[in-house]
Write a protein that binds this ligand. Structure first.
Ligand SMILES: NC(=O)c1ccc[n+]([C@@H]2O[C@H](COP(=O)([O-])OP(=O)(O)OC[C@H]3O[C@@H](n4cnc5c(N)ncnc54)[C@H](OP(=O)(O)O)[C@@H]3O)[C@@H](O)[C@H]2O)c1
Length: 324
């Protein structure tokens, strides 16, 4: 089968469109014929091996998994003997850690769910990482309640565009933080107000936000805390993946719970669990028309390197998807 693969860490130039063996599935796995694969900064992290600390998991000197891509939408081609709940022909979406920029991928059933019927494969592939993390940040990390004032930083990005929609679905008032030219998009997602970060900082209005969901910009905790109410909650879901050092900007996620011990504000970082349960919750929100994927660009499989280059520029308006 065709796949986008690499043997060494590096920039997108290290990626090649290659013929590789179709994955063999174990008794507890599902073989999916991939129709589309989402692109997000995590793909850049796995490709570059940066920040360096991720190499402990991804391979110290070279990537252990050579095929890139993690989010997928496709059709079940075969199921292992122990798999219940999926049969060949089912349209699914989810994640796999063995590389989704490929014609087929082996996936664990606990990371797959039925594709929302109203979405194309490209739209569905835009959901599994970004929307799941947004849901985990807004609902589980921040525990938003109706009437709260919520700020989403990076509101036009792959994750932020979902976080705005999900926060609105919970009955909150949302301020989106984005760059110049993205205000109309962010308002169209339901944001009540917009801060253009090139003109004003997030503490423009003082400490008025009950919740901040931070996905971009890698601002210092002290600045973010100035925008929070005294008992407000900060959830750091991203930002700083391309900062220097062994863990890049993740020092903020690591420091947040420690600082939280000494303040009435609740500060925390989250990492997505990428579970089917959250995908099923999202399917309901999508079916109800509450959440809609925003697709910035799609690229054919052979141009996956260009898709990653574009995401790496850090100014996507919604999601970037590779079609297979
Ligand atoms: N915790 C997890 O499990 C998890 C899961 C997925 C992603 N992530 C992380 O979350 C982060 C965002 O991912 P993503 O997919 O949303 O990325 P993305 O699609 O590249 O979006 C990033 C957005 O950030 C905005 N931005 C750039 N600089 C900014 C600044 N200084 N202030 C405010 N906004 C700014 C950009 O908008 P403008 O063009 O308007 O600047 C862009 O829309 C990444 O660091 C990623 O690694 C974490």
């Amino acid at each position: 089968m065709k796949a986008i693969a690499q043997t060494v860490y590096g920039p997108a130039d290290v990626l090649e469109l290659r013929e590789v063996a179709r994955p063999a599935i174990g008794a507890g796995e599902v073989l999916v014929e991939v129709r589309a694969a989402g692109v997000d900064p995590g793909v850049w992290i796995a490709m570059t091996g940066r920040p360096w600390g991720v190499r402990v998991a991804f391979g110290l000197t070279r990537p252990k998994v050579q095929v890139r891509g993690r989010a997928l939408a496709g059709v079940v081609a075969a199921v292992g003997a122990q798999v219940t709940g999926f049969v060949p022909g089912d349209e699914v979406y989810g994640t796999s850690s063995t590389g989704t920029f490929a014609e087929y991928v082996a996936a664990k059933p606990g990371r797959l769910a039925r594709k929302p019927a109203g979405l194309t494969f490209a739209q569905a592939a835009a959901v599994p990482i970004s929307a799941v993390t947004a849901l985990e940040a807004v609902r589980d990390g921040a525990r938003v309640r109706p009437g709260q004032k919520v700020m989403v930083i990076g509101a036009a990005g792959g994750m932020g565009a979902y976080a705005v929609q999900i926060a609105k679905a919970y009955g909150t008032t949302v301020t989106g933080v984005c760059g110049a030219g993205k205000a109309a998009l962010v308002r169209s997602l339901g944001a009540d107000d917009v801060i253009d970060y090139t003109r004003a900082e997030v503490d423009r209005d003082g400490g008025v936000y009950d919740v901040i969901v931070d996905t971009a910009g890698c601002r210092p905790l002290s600045l973010l805390r100035r925008a929070l109410t005294p008992r407000g909650t900060l959830v750091i879901a991203g930002g700083g993946h391309d900062s220097p050092g062994p863990v890049g900007g993740y020092t903020r996620q690591m420091r947040a719970p420690f600082v939280s011990l000494f303040t009435s504000q609740r500060l925390r970082g989250i990492t997505s669990k990428e579970r089917a349960a959250e995908l099923d919750d999202l399917t309901r929100l999508i079916d109800d028309g509450v959440v809609t994927p925003v697709i910035d660009r799609t690229y054919p499989l052979a141009s996956a390197a260009d898709a990653i280059r574009y995401v790496a520029e850090g100014h996507a308006a919604g999601k970037v998807v590779v079609t297979v």
